[in-house]
Design a protein around this ligand. Sequence first.
Ligand SMILES: [Zn+2]
Ligand SMILES: [Zn+2]
Length: 652
Amino acid sequence: MQARERPAGAEPAAEYPLRIVKVVLPDETALELPDGATGLDAARAIGPRLAEQAVLVRVDGEPRDLRLPLADGARIQILTTRDREDPDALYVLRHSAAHLLAEAARRLYPGTKVAIGPPIEHGFYYDFEFPQPVGEEALGRLEDEVRREIAEGRTFEREEIGRDEARRRFEAEGERYKVELVDTAEGELSLYRQGDFTDLCRGPHLQTAAPIRAVKLLSLAGAYWRGDERNTQLTRVYGTAFYDRQDLNEHLRRLEEAKRRDHRRLGRQLGLFEFSELAPGMPFWHPKGMAVWNVLEDLRRRENARRGYREIRTPQLYDAELWKTSGHWEKFREDMFALEIEQRDFGLKPMNCPGHCLLYAQAPRSYRDLPLRLAEAGNLHRNELSGVLHGLLRVRHFVQDDAHIFCTREQIHDELDGCLEYAFFLYDLFGLELRVELSTRPANKLGTDEEWDFAEAALEAVLAARGLEAPVSAGEGSFYGPKIDLHMTDSLGRSWQLGTVQLDLQMPKRFGLAYAGSDNAEHTPALIHRALLGSFERFLGVYLEHTGGELPVWLAPVQARIVPVADRHGETAGGLAAELATRGVRADVDASGETLGKRIRTAELERIPYVLVVGDTEAEGETLALRLRGEREVVVRPRAEALDELAQAARL
Ligand SMILES: [Zn+2]
Ligand SMILES: [Zn+2]
C-alpha cells in the first residue's frame, strides 16, 4: 500500500514513526514531547507535583485548557494554584466555580434551565431560569451546595462533540437555552462535565474543583436572555472565587469599602447633587455641590490665565453641516443628540472643538497670533445608552476643563509640553499621582498614515523629553489624532482615565483653517485638544470615592461649621459666620436645636473640616474652640490666630 496523506492534526497511524513536538518553556529551555501531547503531559514531563497543581497552560500568551494538544514550537507556561493573583489563573478558577454553581442550581431547584455562566472581571455569574422566582435566601443555599460539591470532589472532563449530537443531548435535558447556543455557536463544539452537570463550553477549566479554596455568592439581578428585553427575563447569580481564603476576605473588605465610598451615596450625604428620572444621566447640582464646582471653575480660570489661555464661549447647537465638516456626523453620530428644526438637521455639541474651529476662522490669523490657546468649559451632551449611565461617572450632560491650542508645527512640542506641565501641576494639587498612556491610530481614523506617523512621533518625543514611561494603547486614539491619556489610581487600587491631550492635524484641514506665515504664504495650523481633569462630573465622582468624601479644606463645600451650645449663643455664632465669610471661608451655623453631640456627629458625617463650638467662653471673644475633622480633641486657640489659620487653609 502506498502511504496516504495524513490529515493535519489527526493521530499518527501506527505504521508511522512517533513524531516529536518541541515546546519552549519560560526559561527558554526546550521540552520534547510525543506528538499530540497536551499541556498536562508537558507538566507531567517536568514533574508530578507541577502536574498536580497545574490549572492552565498559557500557549504563546493565550490561556488554554490543559487537556488540549500542544503545537510544535509553541512557547508554553504552566500556571498552578500558586499563581493565585494571575488574571488568567483566576479566570479559569472562576469559570469552573460558575459550572459548580449551575450544578448546584439544578439540584436544589429541579426544573431550572441554565443559560450562560462566564467569568467576569472580579468574579463570575450564571444566568438561570428558575421554575419559581427565588430571593436572596437562595444565595446562601446555593453557596452551601457549591461548597459541598467542592468538599465531595469534582473532576472536570472535556469532550469534543458534533453539533447534532449536542443538540439531541440538550433537547433531551430540556435545556432550551443550550439548544439555542448549539445552533448559533461557531466552530467546533465541546462539553465539560462535572458531577451530574454537563455544559456546552469552550473552556478552559481546572482539572478538579480542589483549587477553589474560597467561593462567595454575592447578589442576584434580572438579566434578559441574550441581553434583549423582548426575551425571557432570567435570574443572574453573581459570585466570586479565589485560590486563597485571605484573598476573598480582602476582596470582600474592598467591596464593603467601595460601597461606603460610592460617590452617589456620598453626593446625597454631603448634599452635593441628585438625579431625576426625568433627566436621565444629567445631574442637578445643589448649593453645596455648586460650591465645590465653583472652586474647580475658579482654579481653571486662574491657572488658564497664568498660562496664556483666553476664554471664549460658543453655541450648544449646530447645523449638521458643521458635524459633517468635522467628521463627527460620520464617526460619532450615534453618540450625539440630533434634532430637526425647520427641516434642518441639528446636533447638540458632544465636543467643543468644531465650534472653536469656526471661531478661529472668523478672523484673519497670522503667525504672530500663534499659539492661540482658546479655553471653554462648555456644556456637552453625549447620547450614552440609559443602561450604562452611572452616577457622575457616566453621564449625558457634562462640562470639561477644555481648551484648544492652534499653533504652528514648530510650536507643537512646546505646547504639548506645556499641557503636560499643567496636568502634573493640577493633579499634584489634588494629591493625585498622574500616569500617562499613549493611544495610537484607531481603525476608523481620518487622514493619512504619514500624518499619523508625524503626530504619534510628536507625542512620543514630548513624553521622552520629560522622561515619562507611557504604555501604548494601540488603536485607542481619537478618530482625528493620537492622544496622551491622563490616568490615576484611587485609594481602592482602581485605575481611572480622566484627562487627555490630543494632537490633531485633521480638523484644521477639514475646516480650511489658515494663518499667514512669516513667509506671507498661507499655512494650516496644528490643533491640540486638551482637557486635563476631564469632565468636572467624572472627576468629582472619582475624587469623592478616592477621598471617601473627605475633600481637602480648600475644596470642601462647607469649610467650617459653627455650633452654638445654647440659644443665647446664636448671636455670637452668626457674627462669627459673617466674619468668616468676609475672610473667604465657607462657613455655616447649625442652629437646629439638636443636642450638641448630635450636631457634632452630623458635621462629621458631612466631612466638614472645622467645627467651631461657641459657648459662654467663646462669647467673651478671646478664644475659639476648634474641632478638626478626624480628631477627637478640641483645641482652644486665641481667636485672631484661629481665624487666620482658617482663612489660610480655606484658600488654594
Ligand atoms: Zn463554561
Ligand atoms: Zn477638542
